[in-house]
Design a protein around this ligand. Structure first.
Ligand code: HEC
Length: 158
């Protein structure tokens, strides 16, 4: 009797819930490609416009001087924030998934703070939030055995 009830339930479930379609995400780009083409260029778009650079002539302020310049910096942070979501698409998640997703969410949270600093055109906040964003790259790379210093390699200037 019990067995029959279970079977009946299963049949009923099958009848009522249509087979779940797999999500239509295209994850042909693997993590390395996502890093090289999305995360890294976007993060460097932000970092190139925040803080200072030490040159032979002394310190140079990297902060944008126009609203358009600040928008480029803000766009970078915005893209990094969304890339955190892309890292959490099921086909991309690495084990332990809880840690992977936490690192991805941290990156998004810090990127949104960075975006906010750029939106306010706040030089000091852009520097501070940029440093915190950098820490989230390092933290994930450290746990998932990514070659040390990956996050320090800006792509060549266009
Ligand atoms: C949730 C984890 C995670 C976060 C957060 C993360 N990365 Fe990565 N990153 C990886 C993994 C995993 C790889 C190695 C991919 C592979 O080779 O399979 C990688 C590789 C890279 C590489 C080397 C790509 C190559 O193969 O040449 C760069 C550059 C990089 N990440 C930049 C960044 C930057 C910049 C940030 C922060 C803004 C960041 N990553 C945040 C997981 C992460």
């Amino acid at each position: 009797m019990r067995r029959f009830t279970v079977l009946a339930c299963l049949i009923a479930l099958g009848a009522c819930s249509p087979k779940a379609e797999p999500p239509a995400y295209n994850t042909d780009q693997d993590i390395a490609e996502l890093m090289i083409h999305v995360v890294d260029p976007a993060a460097f778009a932000f970092w190139r416009g925040s803080g200072t650079e030490v040159t032979e002539e002394g310190e140079r302020d990297l902060s944008p001087t126009t609203p358009e310049g600040w928008k480029v910096v803000e766009d970078g942070a915005s893209t990094v924030a969304e890339a955190g979501n892309l890292l959490m698409l099921p086909a991309r998640v690495r084990e332990p998934a809880a840690d992977w997703n936490r690192h991805a969410r941290d990156m998004t949270a810090r990127a949104l703070e960075a975006k906010d600093a750029a939106m306010r055109m706040d030089k000091q906040a852009a520097f501070d939030t940029g440093a915190k964003l950098y820490q989230t790259c390092v933290a994930c790379h450290a746990q998932f055995d990514v070659a040390a210093g990956a996050e320090e390699a800006p792509l060549p200037e266009p």
